[in-house]
Structures are given as C-alpha cells and as structure tokens.
Design a binder for this molecule. Sequence first.
Ligand code: IVH
Length: 678
Amino acid sequence: MNSEPADPADRAKALRREIHLHNYRYYVENDPVIADVEYDELLRELEAIEAAHPDLVTPDSPTQKVGAAPIAEFGAIEHTVPMLSLQNVTSEGELAEWEAQLRNHLKDPEADFDFVVEPKLDGVAVEAVYLDGIYTVGSTRGDGVTGEDITEQLKTVRSLPLRLHDGIREIPKRLEVRGEVLMTTAEFEALNRDLLEAGEQTYANPRNLTAGSLKQKDPRVTATRKLDVFFYAVGRADGIEVDYQQVLLEAFTELGLPITRLHRHCRDIAAVAAVIREFEEGRDHLPYEIDGAVVKVDRLADQERLGVRSRSPRWAVAYKFAARQATTVVEDIFVSVGRTGVLTPVAKLAPVPIGGVTVSRATLHNRDEVERLGVLVGDTVLVQRAGDVIPKVVKVIVDRRTGTERPFVWPKTCPECGVRVREDEEEVAIYCPNIGCAAQRKARVRHFGSRGALDIEGLGEKIVDQLVDGGHLGDVADLFTLTLDTVSGLERMAEKSGQNLLDAIEKSKQTTLARFLTALGLRHVGESTARALSRELGSLEAIRAADLDELTEVPDVGPIVAKALRDFFDAEENVRVVDRLLELGVTPRAEALPEAPAESPVSGLRVVFTGKLTRMSRSEAGALVTRLGGKASSSVSKKTDLVVAGPGAGGKRGKAEDLGVPVIDEEEFFNRLGEAAK
Ligand code: IVH
C-alpha cells in the first residue's frame, strides 16, 4: 500500500483497470484470480470515489453496470449491416445437401471447405457496438434491419465488457459484435421460483425470461437478472484483420468478448455431423439451453464468394435439434399408484409429437405441483420432454381457457384396491397404505425388472399387469417360480417369447449386489447409494447386519437413508421376500473394486491448483493427481489438503492461507511427487 494518499483520479483509473481485468479473467478466461469478496471490495472503493467525485465517472466504468434510469420508450436502431437469420436443416441428409449446394453455387465440383460448428444458443440475439474499444450502443435484432435500442439494458449484462481488452490485440476503430444473451437454466429456475413467490407471472423457458429482462424499461430491473452473453459474429468491423471464423472467435477472446468455447473446427461434413451428434447428446449437461448447432464455412474469403440470399447467408446453416416443448390439451387427470403406495397425479394429454416421440401423458409430480401450476382438466398446457426424462407439464396457457375447465379432485380411496388413502403432511404425499395393493405390487415388479435393477428383458408393463391380476405374482420372488405354462398362456405371448422371458428371468439371478439392492426398491436408495453400500460393506449379509452407525459411515448414506435401510431389513415381510429370493437362486455379488492406485505422495489428498503452471496445464496437473490416487478440486475449503500456487495466484492462495492450508509452488510439488510424476 502506498502511504501517500493517492490522487482520486489516479486511484479511480487504476481501480477501473483492475476491475476490467478481473471481469476478463472471470467471464472470458473462466479463471478468476481473486475471490468474490475481494472483487466486491474493489468495486465498492471505486463507487465511493465516484460518489465523492462525480466528474470522475466514465461511461466504461464498471460501476455503470447497475442500470441507468428508466426510459419511456425503446428507440429504434438501424443495423449498419443487416442481422440475417439462418436456413434450417433437421437431418444429416439435409446437411449434406447444403454442402453440395455450396459447390454448385460456386460451380466448382472440386471445392473443399473447412467448417466451424458452434452451438446454436437459445437466447436473444443482440448487437453491441464498440467505438475505440468503448461500448456505446446495444440493440436487439428486431426485423434484422432495425432493432430496438437496449443500450442501457445490455450494459447491465454481467459478462458484457464495457471496454475491450487492450493487452493482446489492437483495438478496432469500430466493432459491431453479434451474439446471444441468455440465462443459465439454474438462474432461470431460481428466478421463476422467486417470481412465483412474489405472486408474479412465471416464464415458460429461459429464452422468454431473457427477452422479458432485456425489454424492461427500467434497466435496474435488468441488472438484477443475472444474464450472460456470448458472441459469434460481426457486423461492421473496421480495423480487425482475420481470415477465418475460427480466428474471429479467438480475436473475440483476445478482445475480452466472451465466447462459448464450445466451437469446433471440422475438415469435412462427416466430422461436422459427428460434432452435431455430440452437441445433441451433451445438451442436457450444458448450463444453458441450446436448440441446435450452427455450421459456418470457416474461411471468410469463401463466405464472401458464397454470399447471402435475401434473408440468410449461403455460407452458414442452422441444424435444429428436435423441439422439446409443445402445447396440447389436458383431457383428464388421474392418479397412478407407485411401488411405495404414493399417488402421483398424471395428466392424460391429447397426443402430441415432441422430439420424435408421441406424448400422451405427463407427470404432475405431486399435490404441490398441481397447485403451483394451477392446472385444470381441459386446460391447454405447455409440455416438455428432455432426453429420457418423463414428460412434464411446464405451464398452463391461461389465455386459452374457455370456462369449461374443471378442477382435479383427489380420490378418497385408492383407485386400484379401494382402500382409503392417507395423507403424509411432511412429504406432500397422498398414499395408499395397503401393501398388498395390486398397483403397488405391479409397480414393485416393474421396478425389480427395470434396467438399473435386475434388467429382465421382456418383462413389460402389460405382462406384469397380467401376471399380478392373474394371481401369479404375490411378490417379486414369485417371478422365479413361473412356469412356461403360465407365461405362454398370457395374452400376446407365444411359446417362444414365453421361453425367452423365462430365460431372461433365469439369467437375472446372477447379478451384482448394487443391482439387487436397487431392485428391492428401498426408499431413498437409488442406484448410486446402492453402489456405495455394495462397495463399502461388500456383502448382503453385512448390509443386513449393519447398525445405524455403521450405515452412516458409508458415503452418501445419512441418518434418513440409514433408518430406511434398517426399517426395511427389520420388517418381517421384507426379510421373508429377500430370503426367498436367495433360496430361489438369486445370487448378488459385490463387484470387485477397481485396483487402487499405488501409494503416492498425493494419495487421498485433495489438491487445488491456482495461478499459472509451466510444466503442464492445470487440468493436466489435476488429471495427474487423480491418476495418483488424489483428488483435484477447483475451490479451496477446509477440506483442501494442499494448494499448488503459480504466478498470478490470487484469491485461492489467500483463502488457503487464511484456512491454514499448506501452499507450495509448482517446483516443490513436482519435487514431492518425484518418480511418481513420470
Ligand atoms: S450466426 C449470418 N451463430 O440463430 C449468421 N447465430 O436463425 C447469423 N444463433 O438470429 C447468425 N447461436 O440469434 C449464429 N452460434 C451462432 C448462433 C446463432 C444462435 C441465433 C441468432 C440468429 C439465429 C438465426
């Protein structure tokens, strides 16, 4: 610290630079070098100086992100270069056709293109204009020619730099960048919950909520909305020399403009198709929504030669993934009885195709969810289907009500066995208390044979229903006493398929302990807890004999799970079923543990790398630690055993020191590893 009181103008300037740099580290490099609280402190100091000296406030000051005064109307902004849309394709065949058209258009059958594949971000398209590196104007796409002036709203987006980074690349005179503003799925869900609690209208998806946030006339409201932006294209760009789309994206990073970093360079269309498949498979694991992939010819000179049509460029195409939402009508609401007796409300829908599958039912989860949605029989609803997940009702389209809708009334008795249902206040659940209830038995048998459990092929819903209704399955153990006579007598079951089912049942007897535990369907014991129990306790006998203390020592098992396990194995009827299963030849075996890595100086240690490393990247160093039996983690906590800090390390080092966690440098780290690192 300087002992001289700093000149406020100098100090403000230094703070602005420092904060810009931290924003860059955080949003562009994804690698912050100070802790959030330290960042907040810098920002507060700058705010204090600016409050005392209003003349020191600059338009690019990080304090300007909190939102300006409300506006009366949105002005219009004409885009210097139109913001085009994209031609869509929906299959690999259409993608190949698009590529063929590229060659046709150039009348060059030999033409060979490289491509860049980017995720198609499902947000709101915007343009930001930087003059001499300073953010000046922001607009929506509008009709492509004229958009709305959202300069002050866009300014509040957390990852939008107010000043371009001037360390690496020359600052262009005028740069119009285009990208997508979006909200992570997690933020979306949190915000929707808040809106609901405040009694306000919720939004169907993150895109709508993002659009709603950017269209706030009061930018201070936008500022509360935790939006992000990623850039992928330019409009007019004076003073930026690049030849390839891929290089343009790198230039963005160098200028401090965030990009998704998910883009991939491909040498041919087969590689493009493979990347698109990867994107589609991975879409549920991304923190934000993507609705397809955008394929762009990489070389800008080729883009120029290919040119544009009236509304879309020839050199790019959007590969749209199958939509995952659709609207349809709730024809009825009924309850389905699960294996623990809990009644789940299910909406019977007018069949609607979503993502290549016809959906005719969607879960309404429980009583709270029915109330939250306010869904009535006859309502038009928005339904969503993601991956393998059961379709769910996202929202009621209240505007489509006709007045003929009626509320759903919970049954007083179990629809299957007629026994009076009970309420379980704590769990929001309504359940059928009759363990002999056929619906519960059916659900237990279905679960027993399901993929993550004993995986019995051919044991479908219709077969299970017939077996239970025909009195052939009192409990799951009866599966192993079924005869060919019984099975092939079932509807739609020939002798051949009957034998196949018996073979599958026989085969399922040799199983893993984890699958067996899963199959028993204990409350709170899913596949991962079952695996942990198997790994830690090693045998069914040990699990059955373990007391609460022993059980809670298993990772993943807390007091509630431990009690559920104990309750299960203490109940006579369960013991009887489990013993019968074993007598009938079911043999659960604990899987052999993977070989433990040889003892190394980091075995069992939790290590955090921070700052710059010279010998390898941080992620490589992390992989090395994992290989040597340790655990690499990205944040410092009480559980951290060791921090390896390189130059530029900031907050993590400080935190480690505060917590008394040993901090060493890279050289010391590799010295300690010695031979093990080789
Ligand atoms: S490039 C001329 N790249 O998709 C090229 N667009 O249907 C224009 N979009 O309005 C856009 N992710 O909102 C491009 N990686 C990406 C994109 C992307 C999403 C949106 C954008 C555009 C729409 C075109």
